[in-house]
Design a protein around this ligand. Structure first.
Ligand SMILES: C[S@@+](CC[C@H](N)C(=O)[O-])C[C@H]1O[C@@H](n2cnc3c(N)ncnc32)[C@H](O)[C@@H]1O
Length: 305
């Protein structure tokens, strides 16, 4: 990713790392009210001290259900004979959801700053014994005796042979457009059959978008990639110009209205929503963009809501 391991000490990086707590605290609060089920998030973050507003909870509901929908569709198309690389995974719990639903891919990787990964591993080991038993945490390849008695390296990392899903949930916006462009290009060039799911800000050139940027800047958190978040078109163009064959981008209003109706009706009864316009503004300023490359002709370009 943009900053290689070992350089995670300056204030800007610290603020970016802090966003993983923000996301998980909000997710945990929404889970505690019943927006969706996640029995694992409690092992990684504390319960929020104060209630989160209903529009925030609904926004997280749409984000989590939207990303899950595309991720599940990829697993279905590939019959789980695939790998997932979750970029900037933070304290995400998708791995355990997939395990419980018996739809784990062959390989599953998470990438984040070393301090975040270390903290997650610590929580896994000590808060809930058993959660970590499926995990292998390796920094470098193992050595084994090869033919002729020479040491041979076994690489347990991603393989280019499997269809690959890369997920970036609220991550690319913290990189400059050059950095996220290089990441997208690397992924498209490396994996012949792949899908990229990206959740982040959109329509950021208007007043509401500017206020979002200013609020984050006040907390020392710079949205370095905001330029790529100008519009749905700039989102798809970035994917297509960096080697992806097909791409689409929907704002979260459209995603929300395409989520399974019965569950949305259930969810909307959980809390009274006073600020309908604020929810609409929030949903209008986030999007999911996704892209595919399909050398195995699995039908990845057909994946949609
Ligand atoms: C807003 S949080 C989202 C976490 C998780 N994807 C989720 O949605 O719950 C952004 C995450 O991206 C990680 N991140 C941002 N830039 C990164 C980089 N250059 N290298 C590694 N991780 C990065 C942060 O540390 C943080 O965990």
């Amino acid at each position: 990713m943009s900053r290689p391991t070992g350089q995670d000490s300056d204030t800007a990086d610290e603020a970016v790392r802090g966003t993983c707590d923000d996301a998980s605290v909000c997710k945990r609060f929404a889970v505690s009210i019943g927006y969706w089920k996640d029995p694992y998030i409690q092992y990684f973050v504390r319960q929020a001290k104060e209630r989160k507003a209903p529009e925030i909870n609904r926004g997280y509901y749409a984000r989590v259900q939207g990303v899950n929908h595309l991720l599940n569709a990829f697993l279905k198309k590939t019959e789980c004979k695939c790998q997932i690389i979750n970029l900037g995974a933070g304290l995400d719990t998708t791995f355990w959801r997939l395990k419980d639903e018996n739809i784990l891919p062959i390989k599953y990787f998470e990438v984040d700053f070393p301090s975040i990964v270390a903290r997650k591993l610590y929580n896994l080991k000590f808060s809930q014994p058993g959660l970590h038993t499926l995990l292998h945490h390796r920094r470098r390849p193992e050595k084994r005796e090869g033919h002729g008695g020479e040491a041979e390296e076994i690489w347990h990392g991603p393989t280019v042979r499997l269809p690959t899903l890369l997920v970036a949930e609220c991550v690319l916006v913290y990189m400059t457009p050059e950095q996220s462009g290089s990441l997208l290009k690397w992924a498209a060039c490396t994996f012949p059959t792949a899908m990229f799911i990206n959740y982040e800000q959109v329509n950021m050139a208007d007043r509401f978008g500017q206020i979002m940027v200013e609020n984050l800047q006040r907390r020392q958190c710079n949205l370095a990639g905001v330029e790529a978040c100008r519009s749905l078109q700039s989102q798809t163009e970035r994917l297509l110009s960096n080697g992806w064959e097909s791409a689409d981008a929907w704002d979260m209003i459209k995603v929300y209205s395409n989520l399974p109706r019965a569950d949305v009706v259930r969810m909307e009864k959980l809390e009274f929503l006073d600020e309908k316009e604020l929810l609409e503004q929030l949903l209008l300023h986030y999007c999911i963009s996704w892209a595919a490359k399909d050398s195995l002709h699995l039908g990845l370009a057909e994946i949609t809501f």
